[in-house]
Write a protein that binds this ligand. Structure first.
Ligand SMILES: [Zn+2]
Length: 176
């Protein structure tokens, strides 16, 4: 058994730092790493719905590793924007692609690029945090409010917001 697997058995949190030396030194090599019950600081995860998912890694060069997080699921403690009720908001991320590099430049920071540290470890917290943030809707609604047709009839979908005509014909905003 790989010593890292052993470490993982005794300490699931250790998975948040993953050694990628083999990938960096074997161009084109791949690895698939399932993870479960991952916690992230500052993300209000329900304790029974921590983050599960799978990460595919691919060696791209001596300093870059490509990653796809897939089938990521968890539940966030949330407050409904409409009725104020607290509920567990399910998160499902089909896939999220990013790159890890040991040669990160400041311009990479916003571009789904994350650092490989000087011990050749990657850390999955930050990409998972980004992926979850991308999955956050403009308005958070509990299941009761999502199923409330009257509320939904009055709510704007993102498509409708894009279609708002700001030409101000007659001084009113036109909805299509
Ligand atoms: Zn609600």
């Amino acid at each position: 058994m790989d010593p890292f697997d052993l470490l993982y058995l005794f300490n699931p949190m250790a998975l948040q730092a993953i050694k990628v030396s083999d990938l960096l030194h074997n161009l084109g090599s791949q690895d698939t790493i399932p993870f479960e019950k991952v916690k992230i600081d500052d993300v209000d995860l329900h304790p029974e719905h921590l983050i599960n998912g799978i990460m595919d890694l691919q060696s791209m060069s001596a300093e870059r590793v490509g990653a796809t997080f897939r089938e990521v699921e968890c539940g966030l403690n949330s407050v409904c924007d409409h009725c104020g009720k607290t509920f567990i908001r399910p998160i499902w991320i089909d896939h999220y692609d990013c790159t890890f590099t040991s040669n990160i430049s400041p311009s990479d920071i916003e571009d789904e690029v994350f650092p490989i540290d000087d011990k050749e470890n990657i850390h999955i917290d930050e990409p998972l945090r980004q992926a979850i943030l991308l999955d956050t809707p403009v308005a958070v609604h509990c299941i009761d409010c999502i199923n409330d047709e009257n509320l939904q009839a009055n709510a704007l979908t993102p498509d409708e917001i894009e279609e708002i005509d700001y030409s101000e014909e007659g001084g009113t905003v036109q909805f299509h």
